[in-house]
Design a binder for this molecule. Structure first.
Ligand code: NAD
Length: 284
């Protein structure tokens, strides 16, 4: 069984991005910039944002974090986003989720100009992805996609089963696999025979949030299995896939931690660079 080493693959991707940033610097005399807005003091969000900032600096991006207290007014955040939309030193804008209840998440997402939407959540990017056009793609599914392609470069005709239909993971994941000519099944909490559906998959991507949901006898021999889940349990952090069981059947499997997680941040950096390139070329 191939243990898909997300840490190593993410580190290689960051090395490539670092080279690309230095070439862009020579060509345009400036570097891509990522601005993250962090609202409130939720510990996980603070950790994510710190990691994003550190990784951005490592590859040579300009990075900035704007912090607001939990009770910040929605219009202050929206006005800041509008200001950043016009700032040509800012290539990508990310508002760390979740947001306090009084701030409308959709309004925030739609205020970020699609050209700087490094999370790929803006309806314009969602629409472009589902139409098969160039777009920003949400970082976690993009990371999963790159891991799958490392194992199997030609996905055409493969059966892919995506477990979970969130806007963040399942739906964009399915679109990426569809674009690669997979036959895609999206399953969710109301799917009647989840095990039966999973058994059809040459590729399974599990993004559910239920510890070790996908069992060994749900997986076809030699399937590629990508585990997006991050679940805190008594035995530590586990994924949505029963690693011990599935590793006996699958051709390749991501560990948790050390699989999809490191790819998510690397893909955020990749998306920032892609936004920079699109914006610079459009003003050429
Ligand atoms: P979500 O709660 O938004 O969506 C979960 C999906 O799972 C829903 O579509 C739901 O229909 C489906 N579901 C729920 N119960 C089910 C069941 N019994 N059978 C089949 N489907 C079921 O979650 P999300 O934001 O997509 O996150 C999923 C998991 O991925 C979580 O564990 C989260 O922590 C993790 N995550 C990891 C990363 C990473 O970088 N590795 C990034 C984002 C999320």
């Amino acid at each position: 069984m191939i243990l898909i080493d997300g840490k190593k693959i993410a580190s290689e991707l960051r090395d490539d991005l670092k080279k690309e940033v230095s070439e862009l610097k020579k060509k345009f005399n400036k570097v891509p910039g990522l601005t993250v807005i962090l609202i409130g003091d939720l510990t996980p969000s603070q950790i994510y944002v710190r990691n994003k900032e550190k990784s951005a600096n490592e590859v040579g991006l300009k990075s900035e974090v704007i912090k607001y207290p939990d009770n910040v007014e929605e219009k202050i955040v929206l006005n800041k986003i509008k200001e950043l939309n016009k700032d040509d030193t800012v290539s990508g804008i990310l508002v760390q989720l979740p947001l306090p209840k009084h701030i409308d998440k959709q309004k925030v997402i739609e205020t970020i100009t699609p050209d700087k939407d490094v999370d790929g959540f803006h309806p314009m990017n969602v629409g472009n992805l589902s139409s098969g056009y160039d777009s920003s793609v949400p970082c976690t599914p993009l990371g999963c996609y790159l891991l799958i392609k490392k194992i199997e470069p030609n996905l055409s005709g493969k059966k892919a089963v995506v477990v979970g239909r969130s806007n963040l993971n399942g739906k964009p994941m399915a679109q990426l696999l569809l674009k690669e000519n997979c036959t895609v099944t999206i399953t969710h909490s109301k799917t009647s025979d989840l095990k039966g559906e999973c058994l059809k998959g040459d590729i399974i991507v599990a993004a559910v949030g239920i510890p070790e949901l996908v069992k060994g006898d749900w997986v076809k021999k030699n399937a590629i299995v990508i585990d997006v889940g991050i679940n805190k349990t008594e035995k530590g952090i586990v994924g949505d896939v029963d690693f011990d069981e599935v590793s006996k059947v699958a051709k390749a499997l991501t560990p948790v931690p050390g699989g999809v997680g490191p790819m998510t941040i690397a893909c955020l950096l990749k998306n920032t660079i892609e936004c920079f390139k699109r914006n610079e070329v459009s003003v050429d």
